[in-house]
Design a binder for this molecule. Structure first.
Ligand code: ATR
Length: 279
């Protein structure tokens, strides 16, 4: 029988996940279909019950449901539990298990741009849900220092205090982040600043950036945010958010099928959908 997968969220019409996963099912000759489901906040519990009753094999979860879905699942993976968000669900013998592949997806994408990332001093900009997934996953992977700059310092303090993995951290305000910027070989931008339509703003001035640094932005629309353009002017390496998106999908696909898919093909597919030609 054809297997059913999907993504639940609101809005969902522009999700690139259906095209990405359906292409992989065809590539690996798997009889399955991946559909987008618009699920309103108040309908989440009914939607999860419905997916279970229909025998869905797995699904992704996106805004606004990543946290609210947790008590509705049968089991939660420890990393997802610590992060406090689930973006991937797998049906295991009729039981729904929740995973977080956003943070591990970011880390996997990082390996391709900075193989020595565990030895690098990292600065994360932002302390929201995405920052939390990335910080916890990097700490779990063994990165020794991860500092945080966030507009609201209390949110950064809470993030650091709740991390179950061993890592050194300082919390910086904007002035200190800009002053100390040269100490970091890895800078990760996780806020929405620079996203379409407000493409001409950056959360941080890069005057003190080291040319040895990698600046990574989780935004992929536009492919080159203001902070990435500024980093390139300083001759630093850059990475956009395509990798995180592709690798979170690749890890989810592996959980569902046992196959780690062709990420180059996924990347080309996503770029085609974005109408972009380069990273
Ligand atoms: P996500 O799940 O995408 O990470 P979020 O949890 O709402 O979204 O977090 C948004 C992050 O972007 C936060 O770090 C937020 O800073 P605050 O904690 O101070 O709210 C940051 N952010 C969003 N808009 C911002 C802005 N205009 N200036 C500075 N920081 C901003």
């Amino acid at each position: 029988m054809k297997k059913m997968f999907g993504v639940i969220g609101d809005p969902i019409a522009h999700s690139m996940s259906p095209a990405m996963h359906n292409d992989l099912f065809a590539l690996y000759d798997i009889d399955a279909s991946y559909l987008p489901f618009r699920v309103l906040k108040d309908d989440l519990e009914d939607a999860v019950k419905g997916l279970k009753a229909l025998g869905a094999s797995g699904f992704n979860v996106t805004i606004p449901h990543k946290t609210k879905i947790m008590p509705l699942l049968d089991k939660i993976d420890p990393l997802a539990e610590a992060i406090g968000a689930v973006n991937t669900v797998k049906n295991e013998n009729g039981l729904f298990t929740g995973y977080n592949t956003d943070g591990p997806g970011f880390v996997k994408g990082l390996e391709g741009h900075a193989a020595d990332f565990k030895e690098r001093s990292a600065l994360i900009i932002g302390a929201g849900g995405a920052a939390r997934a990335i910080y916890f996953s990097m700490a779990k992977a063994g990165v020794k220092r991860i500092d945080i700059f966030n507009r609201t310092l209390e949110k950064a303090e809470e993030l650091v205090a709740t991390c179950p993995y061993q890592v050194q951290s300082r919390i910086l305000d904007r002035a200190n982040a800009e002053r100390l910027l040269g100490e970091y070989q890895l800078i990760i931008q996780t806020t929405s600043i620079g996203m379409v339509p407000e493409v001409d703003i950056s959360p941080l001035s890069l005057g003190n950036l080291s040319s040895q640094a990698l600046v990574s932005d989780i935004i992929y629309n536009p492919l080159k945010t203001k902070i990435l353009k500024d980093a390139a002017l300083n001759e630093a390496a850059t990475q956009n958010g395509i990798d995180m998106f592709v690798y979170q999908g690749a890890i989810a696909f592996e959980k569902w099928t046992g196959i780690f898919p062709d990420t180059q093909r996924m990347k080309a597919n996503v770029l085609r959908h974005l109408g972009g030609f380069s990273c």
